[in-house]
Design a protein around this ligand. Structure first.
Ligand code: 9MJ
Length: 680
């Protein structure tokens, strides 16, 4: 028995539906978000809590009911009222011109036809049936006549309206479009697959299809799929007249809350089509989703009916494809590269092939799991994929093309460079060479990192020169850079006197640096530029850092246990400490103003920041205060010790005055941070 429902609660629930649906419409369809994410979440949670208290108010089209269903045991077949067609392809301007000519001949027009142009999305085609505006079914294309009913999964896609907006729509309407996975969601998914030790998805199309084939909608809901409509199937003309053109039809869908392509355009004749194709090809890398071409459709619906179909494809539409992003080539060998942290990455060496606009002769194989998945042999014919500016990948082996002479590829147990054991820690996808800095590959990478622009910035000490210096045993570890002499350098191939002098001058001037750069340059795992800066500011000196315990490091805001662990273990190794000392002896130094921060000075104090600061961001101020031991709180209460007020401080400042809490200005805070004032 639920509680009886007050009228204002029903009204509030209806209002929340409208607000949430409207926010979704503005976000997905108009690409013009109306409210911040936090506000959306608040509305959503309020609706969830009201529905929990009054379950009879839960409607099937409530925004909370996207992931409602329990997992299915199997998919049901479902028939399309109007068949779902495929598209004919064109691969050149000539083929496109032939398409246009066929149209002109058939409908006997003399002026160039108008086409609707849009990107060809690379996902899964879907038909959504709306009855009286309510989403009742989502079905895959299948064989065009029958598909699989995946309504439970389709409902989880946030850009698909569960109820059409407004009114005046056909009683029964089949909306056709593509469900796809944006590039960032795809990358995130593969990262998470790596972390879990699960198989990577080959491309966003497979990832979208795989996500929709889940029997459990909770999995689909996590996959960040999107939907875009490009047409309709059945449209009940008794209840709503069909518009005259494809363009108007799509605008009509948009007005009902259905997302259509923001790239949609009307173009005239072959010339207009070619121009659009070129424009989209240029835009392709910057789009948030993958496309494999553009689609042109005759705009006037009456002409579409006149033109009809051949086999399964309409005569009034064509997909003009972009050059292939997948190609076939041969694997000549697999090499194993060793990175700075010892990570061993298998790399496929390939017979050069032109794909995705460039010639490719290497592809990453990621890690051992990926090699196992592919089951590669030397000499195999493989499918290579290169999309946009991503690193080329091996999609799969064409097993049918094997002759029997292919050779198995084994992941090595010993480092191919130094012979140390390769170890794989439990739960990690990467295997690492255990040789540390005895491994010349790791040393080379460490030197490259040390000399790089954002670290010690030694101009002229690049990858090739480092290879030569290490291979000729002129440089072993980082400090050896500072013992290089002019004679040794001039004796090297392609090193003139001038370059040698320039390099020596660059090495000399790199000695004047900052503590943050030096910490970053050491190449400690998980210590990037930002972390190095944070450590330098919070600890103030190298000695403090080298002596810091894990607890001490964890007390610094934004330093987590993994990073703290790597830091402590780095400075526990005597050879690393010796390296640091030799570098300092070579004359590396930084200016002293990084005064030791007085971490004890604000310990136990609660501070509130309000208003805009001029010299610091709010985040920097917070980090400084926390590094001094303070707790930074968001609201003023009797427990607050003092408030730091910048420009235009509002209610928090008033509250501090009310409660008689000390208020500081920014200058006072800066004095404290810089050690010019003592803590209160
Ligand atoms: C895609 N995949 O983006 C069609 N498509 O039209 C577009 N597919 C299509 N149109 C009729 N934009 C059959 C398929």
């Amino acid at each position: 028995m639920g509680e009886s429902i007050p009228a204002d609660v029903s009204e509030r629930v209806r209002w929340l539906h409208r607000q949430i649906n409207d926010a979704n419409y503005r976000y997905y369809v108009l690409d013009d978000p109306a409210i911040p994410d936090a506000e959306f979440d608040r509305l959503f949670r309020e609706l969830q809590s009201l529905e929990k208290r009054f379950p009879s108010l839960v409607r099937p089209d409530s925004p909370t009911q996207r992931v409602g269903a329990e997992p299915l045991s199997a998919f049901q077949e479902s028939a399309h009222r109007v068949p779902m067609l495929s598209l004919d392809n064109a691969f050149s301007d000539t083929e496109l011109a032939a398409f246009e000519k066929r149209i002109r001949d058939r409908i006997e027009i003399t002026s160039p036809p108008i086409f609707v142009a849009e990107p060809k999305l690379d996902g899964t085609a879907i038909s959504l049936t709306y009855e009286s505006g309510l989403l009742v079914r989502g079905v895959t294309r299948g064989d065009g006549s029958m598909g699989e009913d995946i309504t439970h999964n389709v409902r989880t896609v946030a850009s698909i309206p569960l109820r059409l907006l407004g009114g005046g729509f056909p009683e029964v309407l089949e909306v056709r479009g593509e469900i796809y996975m944006p590039k960032t969601a795809f990358d995130r998914l593969n990262q998470s697959q790596d972390e879990k030790g699960d198989k990577r998805f080959v491309n966003p199309r497979n990832a979208a299809a795989g996500s929709l084939r889940q029997l459990d909608p909770r999995i689909t809901a996590q996959r960040a799929l999107e939907f875009c409509s490009y047409g309709v199937g059945y449209w009940d003309e008794n209840s709503c007249p069909l518009p005259a053109t494809q363009f108007e039809l799509l605008q009509q869908l948009k007005s009902w809350g259905v997302r259509i392509s923001p790239e949609l355009s009307r173009v005239e004749g072959v010339d207009g089509c070619i121009e659009y194709h070129q424009r989209l090809q240029q835009k392709r890398p910057s789009l948030a989703y993958e496309i494999d071409g553009v689609v042109f459709k005759v705009d006037v619906l009456r002409l579409q009916s006149q033109l009809g179909f051949v086999a399964r494809a309409p005569r009034w539409a064509i997909a003009y494809k972009f050059p292939a992003q997948e190609e076939v080539t041969r694997l000549t060998s697999v090499e194993f590269q060793v990175g700075r942290t010892g990570a061993v990455t298998p790399v496929a060496r390939l017979e050069p092939v032109f794909v995705g606009g460039v010639t490719v002769s290497n592809a990453t194989l990621h890690n051992q799991d990926e090699m196992r998945r592919l089951d590669l042999r030397e000499g195999d014919w493989v499918i290579i994929r290169r999309a946009g500016d991503v690193i080329p990948q091996v999609v799969k082996v064409i097993v049918e093309r094997r002759s029997g002479s292919e050779k198995a590829v084994l992941f090595p147990c010993q480092c191919p460079v130094c012979g140390s054991d390769i170890l794989q820690l439990e739960g990690e996808a990467v295997a690492r060479c255990s040789g540390g800095l005895t491994c010349s590959a790791q040393r080379k990478e460490a030197l490259r990192h040390y000399a790089s622009r954002r670290a010690m910035n030694i101009e002229g000490l690049g990858e090739k020169l480092i290879d030569v210096l290490v291979d000729k045993a002129l440089v072993h570890g980082l400090p050896d850079i500072y013992s290089l002499d002019r004679h040794q350098l001039i004796a090297l191939d392609r090193m003139g006197e001038k370059s040698a002098d320039n390099l020596l001058a660059a090495i000399e001037s790199s000695k004047q640096t900052t503590l943050a750069r030096f910490i970053f340059a050491l190449g400690i795992r998980e210590v990037g530029e930002a972390t190095a800066g944070l450590l330098a500011r919070s600890l103030g000196s190298l000695n403090e850092l080298m002596a810091a315990s894990e607890e001490r490091l964890l007390a610094i805001p934004d330093i987590g246990p993994v990073c703290a662990g790597h830091l402590v273990s780095f400075f526990r190794q005597t050879e690393n400490v010796a390296t640091v000392h030799r570098l300092l002896e070579a004359g590396i130094q930084w200016p002293p103003p990084e005064k030791p921060a007085n971490t004890a000075s604000l310990s136990g104090k609660t501070v509130v920041l309000t208003g805009a600061l001029a010299a610091l961001t709010r985040d920097q101020a917070r980090q400084h205060l926390e590094a001094m031991g303070a707790k930074v709180s968001g609201s003023v209460s009797r427990k607050t010790d003092f408030v730091v007020a910048g420009q235009d401080a509002g209610s928090k400042l008033e509250r501090a005055h009310e409660l008689g809490i000390p208020v500081w200005d920014e200058a006072a805070l800066l004095d404290l941070i810089q050690g010019n004032a003592s803590a209160p």
